[in-house]
Design a protein around this ligand. Sequence first.
Ligand code: URA
Length: 428
Amino acid sequence: MAKEFSAVELIIAKREKQELTTEQIDWLVHNYTTGVIADEQMSAMTMAILLNGMNRREIKDLTMAMIASGERLDFSSLPMPTADKHSTGGVGDKITLMVAPLVAVFGVAVPQLSGRGLGHTGGTLDKMEAIPGWQANLSNQQMLEQLRDVGAVVCAAGSGLAPADKKLYALRDVTGTVEAIPLIASSIMSKKIAEGTASLVLDVKVGSGAFMKSLDRARELAQVLTQLGADAGVKTSALLTDMSTPLGNKVGNSLEVEEAVEVLAGGGAKDLVEITVALATEMLRLSGKTDIDVASALADGRAMDKWVQMISAQGGDPKAELPKAKHEQVVYATESGILNKLDALAVGTASWRLGAGRARKEDPVQFGAGVILHAKRGDQVTKGEPLLTLFTDEENRFARALEALDGGIEIGVTAKDQAALILDRIQS
Ligand code: URA
């Protein structure tokens, strides 16, 4: 018979900076998932963890307990290796849409269980659902069949996978406890380990638009994540990438699908292509495939062919016109010079307020809402020329979106040094 504990005593122990034992963590997660521990008690516990931290053993126990709260998928019957990627969340981050078909071209299956956006960062499922007819919900069997037939699947994580994370993530989002390394690491890795991928590449975002604002904190998160992967037998590595300015030129659901298709057609923004190729190369390397000219599959249409198969297999029409917003408003450059700052958080928040994101889990998103960037950070701009175009279905949203951009744009006389796009690679 498992030992019983008191939730209040465990909260007080963490509040007093004590270590929780494996048994205590198992008890906590199990009883929170089954509704015995109340949300207000778990809120206090997550805040105590955010303030006082957890050591590596506690983080591993928390991750394992969250995995044990639900089912584990098994891809071992597939005739090819599996590799997945996960981003810690950013603005304009549509990399999954290109990476999944691109990696599949080279005979590595990509099982992408994705989520919806909350707050200023976009969610992959919201973007994919902009494609008319596309279905996010697949059974485990349908997912396995698509992986075997097409080699790539992007779908919603079923309710059976790490249910403890689903409850905890929703709670953290409304209690100011998202940005805790033990909680982020266990949240991400419980889902990825339960999903059963053989290899995993993490895109750990750093900067204003990311949960980790400094390189040191991002590096610490990457080390914890890769160690959790290694402990669970998943080949895991992490790239640290810049998120101080948006990725690509388009932010918002339909807009990002449009831009992903540009990259799959062999074009697209330089930063998007660079990260897509780097992450795909890393996923293939972990799967034992080296010396591959990944970019060639973007240039010669093989990645696009896979994309078409991947969308069609889930009922989507890859040729259909994407939903468009009803209203648009242009933001003009107020002076001439170098665009030294185009802040990721400012643009992400503007896009969210325009309707591309949701304030509560149950809210619908506007597929056409978002922002087009006419200039990227570091570009020369001229007074009076369009800098951004904002899109929404509801005109009254423009004012709050413009407020979000306040202080987020800076034009200078001389160029400022800018961070590299790929900042580091970590492997445990
Ligand atoms: N992504 C997740 O899945 N969980 C977090 O806590 C943060 C980013």
